[in-house]
Design a protein around this ligand. Structure first.
Ligand SMILES: [Fe+2]
Length: 301
């Protein structure tokens, strides 16, 4: 029985085949192996979180009351999360097209993968799973400034759609969406997914990016390895910076605080309105057809 294992979850595949993106979490389908994968993933991260995670993440983990030994129920997580910031984890069957993803954030809903990686392959996973989404992302959503920052990312996507809605030439519209989307995706990547932050009192470096908080190997590498270049965050550097998802990140950006991060997203939107995201450097991430179309559909709304 495959349970709800990444790439082997008939429940999710069937939902996708029926075009159902937002689903419920069929908790009874999790197998013992799924729970064991969660237990192992959680157990080996605990010490690393204590050492490398920013204090708000540690507080978040505490206030969500996650069971270290069982895959969490999203309803239980939301009972603790929602009163704090209004955010909710929302079960999805698979990939959420970018505009829809940002729009969910704007509504304080976090699209959450319900499948979990195979217990025999804990280390490398190119796609998100429930450990990445719930243990890596959601504890940060208990922080007011961080949660408000996610909402501002959602606002940015709407602003982008409004800007390109006014462009009559179809080719130019596509070119513009592609450039703005790349800028947004890169900024999201270097903050929400792989962000570093100055430690308390400005000393040391702590991790707040969920890609790092859910990775046993990379969380330490990000903070300690001499092979990583760590730069103070500069928007113009991040939006032109390509990234690859299949190896440890060689370049990471540091913000000062969550209030600083919030102000940066304001600044990003300001730059977008001033036309400064219209010609970002080519390269990764590739803007796929589904993401592009989701923005174009939003221009018609
Ligand atoms: Fe993520």
């Amino acid at each position: 029985m495959s349970g709800l294992t990444t790439t082997r979850a008939p429940f999710s595949e069937e939902a996708q085949a029926h075009g159902e993106l937002y689903i419920h979490q069929p908790y009874e389908l999790y197998s013992d192996a799924n729970h064991e994968a969660w237990r192992q993933l959680y157990h080996r991260m605990e010490d690393r979180w204590q050492r490398y995670a920013n204090p708000r993440f540690l507080e978040g983990i505490g206030s969500l009351c996650l069971d270290p030994t069982r895959v969490p129920r999203l309803d239980d997580v939301n009972k603790f999360l929602s009163p704090l910031t209004g955010f909710k984890a929302k079960a999805v069957s698979g990939y959420v097209p970018s505009f829809m993803f940002f729009d969910c954030l704007r509504n304080r809903e976090f699209p959450t993968t319900i499948t979990i990686r195979d217990a025999g392959m804990l280390d490398y996973l190119p796609e998100p799973d429930i450990f990445h989404d719930i243990a890596g992302h959601v504890p940060m959503h208990t922080d007011r400034a961080f949660a408000d920052t996610l909402v501002r990312f959602g606002d940015c996507a709407h602003t982008a759609a409004e800007i390109v809605a006014g462009i009559k030439d179809e080719q130019e519209q596509i070119r513009r969406v592609t450039s703005i989307f790349k800028a947004l995706a890169r900024f999201f990547w270097f903050t929400i997914e792989f962000g570093l932050m100055r430690g308390p009192d400005g000393k040391g470096i702590k991790v707040y990016g969920s890609g790092l908080l859910s990775s046993f190997g990379e969380i330490e590498h990000a903070v300690c390895s001499p092979d990583v270049e760590r730069r103070p965050m500069q928007i113009e550097a991040a939006i032109h910076q390509t990234f690859e998802i299949d190896h440890y990140q060689p370049l990471l950006f540091i913000v000062d605080s969550f209030d600083h991060l919030y102000s940066l997203v304001d600044e990003l939107e300001h730059r977008m309105k001033a036309g400064k995201l219209n010609h970002v450097a080519p390269g990764e991430p590739v803007v796929n057809e589904i993401d592009l179309q989701s923005f174009l559909d939003a221009t018609l709304a």
